[in-house]
Design a protein around this ligand. Structure first.
Ligand code: C2E
Ligand code: MG
Ligand code: MG
Ligand code: MG
Length: 291
């Protein structure tokens, strides 16, 4: 009897596994096909300078537009693509789309603001990643500082050996590098000093409780550190004006979040960019007012 029930549970286990692996295989195959068919698009979430609230760049966020099934969020396929290694091909496609968009904006406006692309640590496994990225920028005649590479704190710390040398090469070549989701991982202060980054992005979980006292103290101290390392400090996930003003008062240099702007289609982001560059041009060419 004991033997019988063990057998039954093994059989159940076996069927469940088959179901799971079949589902995994399906997802893998449709993801592979989707990459070949380029079923992905980027949305662009605006980032604003703290204080002036002027547009200062965008973060590119990938979406999978499944024919007949609608739009899939990156949270639902990026982890799968990382498990299967397909993130490498997907990452190349994302860089291709982002740099083509930068080229189009530069052609239309004569200037552009930086676009940040999220990069998985697995993409750094490949020693040719940085060379290909720089070649892509040069091929499209893009200034290197038009592109920013975002890598999560956890990924940067967990994969220092492969990530660090390439990050150094990117920074030396002028590409902007930012540490994403800061405050969710466990970077030591020493580690932070050794990372060749230009920006740290404070995770939404640090910004959300503002202006609560404890949370404010942590953000303030983090900003002091960031400033002393000459980093830009982005407050991520700003959802209210109260949070925006707190982040500004505590020392964040840029704001990003639904309160300031949702991720936009390329067309809508282009309109925002054109308007911002127009205002900037007019302000720059304005004679200085006598006191
Ligand atoms: P992330 O890089 O931290 O991106 C910020 C996420 O927060 C985005 O979600 C964005 O839409 C969302 N967000 C922005 N403002 C707010 C806000 O005010 N409130 C709230 N609740 N959320 C806000 P999304 O687009 O779903 O992306 C989720 C994550 O997926 C990203 O987190 C990033 O880790 C990953 N991801 C997105 N695009 C790519 C990509 O092209 N490549 C790779 N490897 N990962 C990507
Ligand atoms: Mg990001
Ligand atoms: Mg983030
Ligand atoms: Mg985040």
């Amino acid at each position: 009897r004991a033997k019988g029930s063990a057998g039954a549970s093994f059989m159940f286990f076996d069927i469940a596994m088959n179901g799971a692996s079949r589902a995994r295989l399906d997802a893998e195959q449709s993801l592979g096909k989707a990459i070949t068919e380029r079923e992905f698009l980027l949305e662009y979430q605006p980032k604003f300078r703290a204080g002036s609230r002027q547009l200062c760049g965008f973060e590119a966020l990938v979406r999978w537009e499944r024919p007949g099934k609608g739009r899939v969020s990156p949270a639902d396929f990026v982890p799968a693509a990382e498990r299967t290694g397909q993130i490498k091909a997907l990452g190349e496609l994302i860089l291709d789309i982002a740099t083509a968009q930068l080229r189009a904006w530069l052609d239309a406006e004569g200037q552009v603001l930086p676009v940040a692309v999220n990069v998985s640590p697995l993409q750094f496994d490949d020693a040719g990643f940085t060379s290909r990225l720089l070649a892509l920028l040069d091929e499209r005649h893009l200034p290197h500082d038009a592109l920013e590479v975002e890598i999560t704190e956890t990924a940067a710390i967990g994969h220092v050996d492969r990530v660090l040398p390439q990050l150094h090469r990117l920074r030396k070549a002028g590409v902007l590098c930012s540490l994403d989701d800061f405050g969710t991982g466990q970077s030591s202060l020493t580690m932070l000093r050794n990372l060749p980054i230009s920006t740290m992005k404070l995770d939404r979980s640090m910004i959300d409780p503002l202006p609560e006292a404890q949370a404010s103290a942590v953000v303030r101290a983090t900003c002091v550190l960031g400033h002393s390392l000459q980093l830009e400090i982005v407050a991520e996930g700003v959802e209210t004006e109260v949070q925006a003003q707190a982040a500004e008062a505590l020392g964040c240099t840029q704001l990003q979040g639904y309160h300031l702007g949702r991720p936009l289609s390329a067309a809508a982001a282009g309109v925002l960019l054109a308007a911002a560059l127009g205002v900037q041009l007019r302000t720059d060419s304005m004679p200085t007012q006598p006191p």
